[in-house]
Structure formats: C-alpha cells, structure tokens
Design a protein around this ligand. Sequence first.
Ligand code: C5P
Length: 401
Amino acid sequence: MTLNGRRILLGVTGGIAAYKTPELVRRLREAGADVRVVMSAGAEAFITPLTLQAVSGHRVRTHLLDAEAEAGMGHIELARWADQVLIAPATAQVIARLAHGFADDLLSTLVLATEAGVWIAPAMNRVMWDARAVRENCRVLEARGMHVLGPGVGDQACGEQGAGRMLEPDEIVGQLRGREPVLAGLRFVVTAGPTHEPIDPVRFLGNRSSGRMGFAVAEALAEAGARVDLVAGPVRLATPPGVERFDVATAEEMLSAVSARIDHADGFVGVAAVADYRPASLAGDKIKKSGQPLTLQLVENPDILATVARRRPKPFVVGFAAETRDLESAARGKLKAKGADLIAANRVGQNRGFDTEDNTLEVFGADCHWSLGNRSKRDLARELVAIIAERMQPKEHRNQQ
Ligand code: C5P
C-alpha cells in the first residue's frame, strides 16, 4: 500500500514524544502523503504549532471553537478530507477520551466526525501502559476497528525501561503503509485452543485455553501472505479471514488433522494447549456416583510438536510454553527436547495468560531472545510472525518459492 497522495490528519497530544512529530511529518511527506496537523492543548507544552506548520506546509489547528480557522476548512470538512487519522503520540488521556466518545476538543470531535480509519501510537510510562484502565480503553478502541501501533519497548524519558515508548517515525510510517506480504507463497499449519479428552459420553478432561492466541497467530500469518491451515480444538471463536479451519476435539484427532496437512507445509506453529494425558478408556455410559473414590487411569498423548519437528525435511517449527515459574530455563529446555526452532513462552497463573485479552511473550531461539511486552494477543502475534519471517529467511526452501 502506498502513502502517495494519501491525506493524513495527524493529531498530536501532550507527551514528551511530541518532539518526534516534525520528523514523523517529514517522513510521511517524503512518502508522498499530504499531512495536516491538529494539536491538543497539552501538545503545545512540548512543541509549537509553528514548527509543525513549517514541516507540514499547512496551518496547524489547535482549537475547536476557532472562528477564523472554521472559516477556512471547518472541522467537519477536515474530518471528511482525511483518508487516514493518525494520533501520535497518543497519551493515556486521549485514549480514554476516544474510548468514551468525548467531543469537547478539536481532535476528539474530528475522530467522531470522520469515516476514515484511525491509527493511534501510544506513548506513556510503562506502568501507565499496563494500568487496567488503559488496557481496557485500548481494547474498546480496537474492538471499534481502530489500530493501536506499538508501543515499543525500551528506554523511557522517565528513566525507566519497558513497554510504552512511541514507535519511531520510520516504524509508524511502515505500519501505515500496511503489512508487507513477507510470507507470501509459504504454507503454515497452526494448532490452537484446548483439547477435550472424553471420560464418558458427557465428561471430558480439558483446560482453560481460549484459543485466542492461536487464532491471532493464524490471522497474522495470513496477513503476512501465508496459506494457513488452522487445526482448532473446541473454542468459540470466528475463523480469521483467509484461514482454513479444521475443528477437532482430542489430541489424537489434532495429530491426525496436522499429519494430513503438514506434508507441504513450510512452517508449523503449535499454540494449542494439548492435554498431555487422556483417559485410558472411554466409559460407554455416564459414570455414576458409587460412594467410593474413583480412580481414572490416564495414558500419555502423542506430542504433536515433537512429532512434526522429527519430520525430514523439517518445517520451521514454533512451539509455545505456558509456565508458572523458571520461564527461560523451561523454554530453552523445550526448544531442545522438542526440536523446535523457536519457543514463545508466557507466564500463566492467576489472571495471566489463559483466557485473557493481553499477554506478554518471551521468544527463545537457540542463539537469540526477544521480549514482547504487555499488549494485545493480536499485536503479539504480528510481532511473532515478523520474527518467524526473519528467522526463516536464510532457509533454503525460502529461495525455492
Ligand atoms: O510440553 P508442553 O505441553 O509444555 O509444550 C507446549 C508446546 O508443545 C506447545 O507448542 C504445544 O502446542 C505443544 N504440544 C503438542 N502436543 C502435546 C503437548 C504439547 O503439540 N501433546
């Protein structure tokens, strides 16, 4: 997607990252975009309208009730003019205002009045970014179709380290351009969700996996141009666009669905929380209370990931690890034991990991490690897919496409 000729309305709000916005405007204009800037009152504490006027080539608007400016291009006209709205930096304040539909300043009014897509690049202290109110507000915005860019992880102006840094101007421009089809021509098989191992006709052994992370990975792979077969355990989720889905219930069914599709796959991502054990036998009738303790005999399930990793030629194999402690050593152990190329590990426990919207991921390869901070599972999936694309690059089969 090209930015050439695109009309971008840039909203600047009051964070220290506002000092990067002249560079952002320059980059957008270099890419061919026409940029008009609106500043919140807070933004003016960090940067002057004159600076942004100079780099954008247009007068900067700061107030809703400005008779002179309204006589030129009124706010409704400005909202209609935009092909795309970008808010960078977006403070916790503007995120909250947008989530609640405020219309008492120019920027929030424009967002309500536009039919253009809205992208926001948050910038704030890492603890603020993790605050429940901010997470929930971001979720509301994403559910309404807005796009949250980043934030990045790294040094912050407040002297701390963590997620909350506004993405660099180049990264923002890259994201507005759209996602590159970095995996075009490649085929992936993804597993997602829990497995249900039947005990009797009405009961099963299961777990709390919602399937959201696996579905997000399948979606991100498809967005990156890959052909994706998604083998899903019992979950209540819509199939992501461009993904072919096969529903299964048990680990054995999951293994046969994967085996039937893995022959021509270039990559396998095992996100499913596969039950390690299943009942040794399935009772034909519902088990009744007997007043005595009941012992269920369990037998081990096949390890789908390890089975795929033993194939030759071997596809690029990514596993997940949900751990309650010793994340790194457990993940590195799994990398070796299962023969995976990457293990994406996350901490689970009370209100963490399973059945939640947000997550953190630590990704380990034999000689590398990435920390992906607290963000939506969709964003994490996109970053994981970028890592997969980068790590698959040198592989021979990549060149044969
Ligand atoms: O050993 P553990 O269950 O922690 O490993 C998790 C990883 O292995 C996940 O990627 C999961 O999808 C995969 N797995 C599998 N088959 C199993 C158990 C786990 O594919 N039976």
